[in-house]
Design a protein around this ligand. Structure first.
Ligand SMILES: Nc1ncnc2c1ncn2[C@@H]1O[C@H](COP(=O)(O)OP(=O)(O)OP(=O)(O)O)[C@@H](O)[C@H]1O
Length: 260
C-alpha cells in the first residue's frame, strides 16, 4: 500500500502551569513524502527531529494539525487494521505463551481458537520461533522476544508495517541477525515498511530510500536511495564499493545537524 504525506505539520502545545503562556514545539513542519507500495523506507535523523511523531501520525495514533496522510488512497484519521506498529520494546503479555501472544490480535478480532493458532504458528515459523510456541516470554532472549513482537505485528497481514527503532535495545550480533530476517520477511510479505532508526548502517543495510530529517522544526533534509539497494537481500552491502561513500554522506548530514 502506498503512503502519501502531504504538507503535514504537527505542533505540541504544553502549559507548565494553569494560566501560564503555552510553550509550542513544532515537531514537524510542512512535510511532504511519497512512499510507493512495497518500499522499505527508513527515517533517520538526530533526536527530536520528529521521526516517532511522523510514524505515529501514519499509524493514526497522533492527530495531524495541518495537511493529510493518505495510506492506500484513504486519509488516516484513526488507527487502522491494515497498519501495524512495532515498538522498541515488544510489550508481550507475560502470562501468555508465545503462541497466544502472537495470536492475541486475532483473538481481539473474534477468530476461533484453532484458526488463530494455525495462523499464529505460520508467523512463528516465519520468524524462526516455531519451536518456542509454548514458552513464556520471560524464557526468551531479548532478540527472541522482539521476533515474537514482529510475528504479532504481521499476524493480521498488514499492508504497512511501521517500526520504531525495533532493534535499538539489542546487542550488535542479534541486531544484525534480525535485520537479515526482517529483509527476508519483507521480501516474502511484500508489505510497505517505514522504519525509524538512529543507525546509519542499519538504514543503509535495510532501505530502498533513506529520509534524513532535521530538527526544530522537523523537516526533510535529504532523501537518499542507496546505490546497492537491489543487492541487499543477497549480499553484505558493506562490501559494495558505494557503501563507504554513502555512509560518509549520511554521517556528514547528521553531523551538520548536531553541530547546528
Ligand atoms: N507528547 C508530546 N508533548 C510535547 N512535545 C512532544 C511530545 N512528543 C514529542 N514531542 C516533541 O516533539 C519533538 C519531536 O519528537 P519525536 O519524539 O517525534 O522525535 P524523534 O526524532 O523520534 O526523537 P528520538 O530520536 O529522540 O526518539 C521533540 O522536540 C519532542 O520533545
Amino acid at each position: 500500500m502506498s503512503i502519501s504525506i502531504q504538507g503535514v505539520t504537527k505542533r505540541y502545545v504544553r502549559r507548565v502551569a494553569p494560566g501560564s503562556p503555552p510553550s509550542v514545539t513544532t515537531a514537524l513542519d510542512d512535510v511532504d513524502l511519497d512512499i510507493e507500495a512495497g518500499q522499505f523506507v527508513s527515517l533517520l535523523g538526530p533526536s527530536g527531529c520528529g521521526k516517532t511523531t511522523l510514524l505515529r501520525m501514519i499509524a493514526g495514533l497522533v492527530q495531524i494539525d495541518e495537511g493529510r496522510i493518505m495510506v492506500g488512497g484513504k486519509a488516516v484519521d484513526s488507527p487502522r487494521r491494515d497498519l501495524c506498529m512495532v515498538f522498541q520494546s515488544p510489550s508481550l503479555l507475560p502470562w501468555r505463551n508465545v503462541l497466544d501472544n502472537v495470536a492475541f490480535p486475532l483473538e481481539l478480532d473474534g477468530m476461533p481458537k484453532a484458526q488463530r493458532h494455525q495462523t499464529a504458528r505460520q508467523f512463528l515459523r516465519l520468524v524462526g520461533l516455531d519451536a518456542f510456541a509454548e514458552h513464556l516470554p520471560h524464557e526468551l532472549s531479548g532478540g527472541m522476544q522482539q521476533r515474537v513482537g514482529i510475528a504479532r505485528g504481521l499476524v493480521r497481514n498488514p499492508a504497512v508495517l511501521l517500526m520504531d527503532e525495533p532493534f535499538g535495545a539489542l546487542d550488535a550480533q542479534t541486531r544484525e541477525t534480525l535485520q537479515a530476517d526482517l529483509l527476508r520477511i519483507w521480501d516474502q510479505t511484500k508489505c510497505t515498511i517505514v522504519f525509524v532508526t538512529h543507525s546509519i548502517d542499519e538504514a543503509l543495510m535495510l532501505s530502498d530510500r533513506i529520509v534524513v530529517l532535521k530538527p526544530r522544526p522537523g523537516r526533510i533534509n535529504r532523501i537518499i536511495g542507496p546505490a546497492f539497494r537491489a543487492d541487499r537481500l543477497h549480499q553484505d552491502v558493506r562490501l559494495h564499493s558505494a557503501y563507504a561513500g554513502e555512509q560518509a554522506v549520511l554521517r556528514e548530514l547528521l553531523r551538520e545537524e548536531v553541530t547546528a
